[in-house]
Design a protein around this ligand. Sequence first.
Ligand code: ADP
Ligand code: MG
Length: 254
Amino acid sequence: MNDVMVDVHGVHKSFGPLAVLRGVDLRVRAGEVTVILGPSGSGKSTLLRTINHLEKVDRGWVSIDGELIGYRRSVDKLHELKERDVLKQRTNIGFVFQNFNLFPHLTVLENLVEAPVSALRRPRREAEDTARALLGRVGLAEKADAYPRQLSGGQQQRVAIARALALEPKVLLFDEPTSALDPELVGEVLDVIKDLARTGTTMIVVTHEIGFAREVADTVVFMDDGIVVEEGPPTAVLDAPQHARTRAFLSKVL
Ligand code: ADP
Ligand code: MG
């Protein structure tokens, strides 16, 4: 049985002369949590964006649950998928951004209902029931009719997580989900992500929260300068890093 949920294979990506990803390989098994650490500019966000095909790769490929993202293969050639088909694939990949990215003109409930109704053609009543259940799960059942601006940053990020879950994605990607939050609001968001980890959600989390990585990650990946420098269980990478670059980074963030 193939239990690899996310497979990133030999991915290269440049912006003009700047080589941002220089041959990245990454495998995430179903139900596991991978935490990606690395200095600013090392290519972490670009890697997440290539996984859901917001960035096209120059070389290599990404597959989710065995399905190539952005391409189909015939014989030995890759053919680009149409935008409509890419959008459909993206419903399998939840993305939670640093800055929440909620729709400001929609209520919390409408934020959760929009994509299931428009992208997956779910009946509105059914989508609303699911949305209310998800808001309960992130502890915000009573905020269904509020607007994003009426919520704290931590609450907005919990709504953003619930919104990502509303599409029942196969994998959730988090790009520094707590970096924009006041320190006292970080815990409530990490608690929601921990709860998802306990229930077997496949996740890739870019974060500088080392304590969270230690507690929740099955695998910690350290990236620098567009490559994976080392990876392994948290105890190995965080407590006994093999590479000088990993040690230098950890000495700054710990
Ligand atoms: P990280 O998330 O690890 O901080 P990024 O993936 O955001 O790193 O960025 C890696 C490098 O790629 C940075 O030097 C950044 O300026 C550059 N970069 C990212 N996106 C673009 C883009 N769309 N065009 C040009 N350069 C980019
Ligand atoms: Mg980034």
